[in-house]
Every structure is written in C-alpha cells, then in structure tokens.
Design a protein around this ligand. Sequence first.
Ligand code: G3P
Ligand code: CA
Length: 253
Amino acid sequence: FAESPTVGERKQVDNVAHRGATGYAPENTIAAFDLAVEMKADYIEIDVQRSKDGKLVLIHDTTVDRTTDGTGKVGDLTFDQLRSLDAGSWKGEQFVGEQIPTFEEILERYHGKVGILIELKTPELYPGIEEQVAKALKERNLDKPQNEKIIIQSFNFESMKKVNDLLPKVPVGVLTSNRADTTAEALQEFSTYADWFNPSYGIVTEELVNQVHSLGMKIGSWTVRSQEAADFLFEMNVDAIITDYPDYVDPRN
Ligand code: G3P
Ligand code: CA
C-alpha cells in the first residue's frame, strides 16, 4: 500500500489561512491574503457577501461595524459606500487604507498562486448569490478544478446543494459546529453532494474523522488560534486545518 505523504513526522495537511493570515493582518483584506501567500499557506479562506447594488464583496460579519470605520448592514450599502470604508485600521495603524475586496479581484489576483476556499456567508440573505459565484468562476475557467484549487463551503446546506448542481466539478464543503450534524444519517446525507465536511474543532473526534473518510469525504477543521489546537487536529488526522496563524500548521516550524 502507498503510504500517505508525510513531511517530517507529520502527514501532509492543507494549511488554510482563515480570512487570510488573520492573526497578523486585518481579516478578508489583501494585506491578510498576501501575507498568507508569503507564509506558504495552501489556501486562503474568504467570506463572500453582496452589496446593495449587487457586487460580490469579502467581509465576514453581516454588518461593517466590527471590521471597518463604517456602520450598517453589508446588504444595505452600495459597493461605492463599502469601498470607501477603511477595513484595516482597526487592526493597527500600518493597515490604514485597506479596502473591502471584491470577489472577482481576489479570483484574479490569487488563482493559480494559492488555493481559494470560498465561503458563502449567510447566502439566505442574498438570493441568487450561488449563480453569481458560479458565473464568476466559469468566466475565468475556474469551474474545472483539475489544475485549480477551488472549494466552496457554507453553513447553509441547501445553498451547497445548489452549488453542487451549478458547478458539478467544484468541490463543495458543509460547515457546522453542531453535533447533531455528525450522526451516521447526517453524514451519509452530506456525502451525497459534499466533498468536504468541515466542523469546528470542538466536535472533532478520531471516530468522526474515520466516518467522514469512509464516506469518501475529506475533513477540514477550524478555527485554530493556538499551537495546541493545531497539534490536536494533526493527531486527529484531518485533511485541512483552517487557522488564523498559518505558521502553527507549517511543518517546517
Ligand atoms: O472556514 C471555516 C470558518 O471560516 C467558519 O466560520 O465564522 O469564521 O466564517 P467563520
Ligand atoms: Ca469563513
């Protein structure tokens, strides 16, 4: 039997920079994504939402209040209003002037350089967002992932079923922190359309990892903010670790 690839003592695990290298730079900004690439992450994770006038933008919360100098709901603000906000200075003076990126500019800037784990954040607020994301990927020939590392994930399972229908060749992931989603029945149902089962690390067990693998899915877990959490997930034999600190997952450290 071929053994699974190892680096040093550890199995090769995808190092996914959660909203970019968020431990060191403002989440969901080019500063955080560039740093993740510099830190040799395998993927950047991005949160996609939509402006009032229909532009796909990257931001985690459904309001701009925490991560910008503005206030209000993402979906109530036009793209020009969102773009005029400072999305960096809350994290430190050196990040003044970072802007909310668009989904399309991030595809252009990073595809082929680093994998992109695309999260549709609260897609129920943005009817038709799945078709819009599919269109942006198809226009760039990114819907045939044989030579591109693109994954789409969400906490909204209906949305992921839809994405699987629209983009049958792009791997889909389901996100949960709910133990009720780890029953044999639930996992079996996910495996009918999902390629990844991505739980918070608090509900990860060896048994869960084995069940997910035996259904032919991979497992990526989040959000690592300590070396201990990263080490726990290495021990659990997960396939991807989603982390604010890519250095905690780097086998060279
Ligand atoms: O990629 C997993 C993680 O991003 C899910 O949680 O709230 O950080 O988007 P959240
Ligand atoms: Ca996310």
